[in-house]
Design a protein around this ligand. Structure first.
Ligand code: FPP
Length: 244
């Protein structure tokens, strides 16, 4: 399990839900004079490794940002490279992780993806529909503003006023609790249109590592830092002590 003496201990609070912005595949590849597609392939393998390690540690939900609505404007060749990864490896890789009883959901405007890719994603989701509890959300053709606007329009169509809870149930992530910890790799320090509504009280962690080199140990470091933080949810320390 790789639970090292100096990182994760019995005292460590494990986040229920980790969200991951997997940035830096391109720069990782460029530094090695490799095509960007090799960076994405390595990124995909790292994504699977991190998911397995996170579930081993007791994490129950993971949401990963694989392609934003803005990324859809990337050169056709790069997009095809990403779609080919899905065509050639997605079922096998995700099948491996989900066999632990993990429900897979794709979040985003899947209709913007090629039809055969949509089909693979649908089938992969269906294969896990029998599972309840643990979950993986893969954000593809995802943009948080787009998600929020769609939710607003659905609320208007229903003609109902929304509450914070009912609004959350109109988002793509309706079935998943809010993320406790959001990790971004690749040196940038921003959310880039990811989970803007759900991130309200998430702890943020930024790593200088490019995504393909964000190891299991790096994940443990992020969890240990998360565990050491005090989440006050707007309350004072005294209120937290007296559980007011
Ligand atoms: C952003 O960093 C990352 C992406 C646009 C793709 C992320 C995808 C994966 C990690 C694996 C693929 C997973 C699936 C499910 C298809 P960047 O690669 O643009 O890096 P850069 O900022 O260094 O150029």
């Amino acid at each position: 399990m790789g639970i090292g003496k100096n990182t994760i201990t019995g005292e460590t609070k494990i986040p229920l839900h980790i969200a991951l912005i997997m940035d830096g595949n391109g720069r990782w590849a460029k530094k090695r004079l490799l095509p960007r597609s090799v960076g994405h392939k390595n990124g995909m393998e790292r994504m699977i490794g991190l998911m397995e390690h996170a579930f081993d540690l007791g994490v129950e939900y993971m949401t990963v940002y694989a392609l934003s609505t803005e990324n859809l404007r990337r050169p056709k060749e790069e997009l095809e490279g990403l779609f080919n990864l899905i065509r050639n490896h997605f079922k096998e890789y995700m099948g491996r992780v989900c066999a632990r009883g993990v429900r897979l959901r794709i979040v985003g405007d899947v209709s913007l993806l090629p039809e055969d890719v949509q089909q693979i994603l649908r089938e992969s989701e269906e294969e896990t529909a029998k599972y309840e509890g643990k979950g993986i959300n893969i954000a593809l053709a995802y943009g948080a503003r787009n998600e929020i606007v769609q939710a607003v329009n659905r609320a208007i169509e229903r003609g109902e006023k929304v509450t914070e809870e009912s609004f959350a149930s109109l988002l793509y992530t309706a079935e998943t609790p809010d993320p406790d910890l959001i990790i971004r790799t690749g040196k940038e320090v921003r959310l880039s249109n990811f989970l803007l509504y759900q991130a309200a009280y998430a702890e943020l962690y930024f790593s200088d590592k490019m995504f393909p080199e964000f190891s299991d140990k790096e994940l443990e470091k992020a969890i240990v830092e998360y565990s050491a933080r005090t989440r006050r949810f707007g309350k004072t320390d005294e209120q937290l002590e007296t559980k007011e």
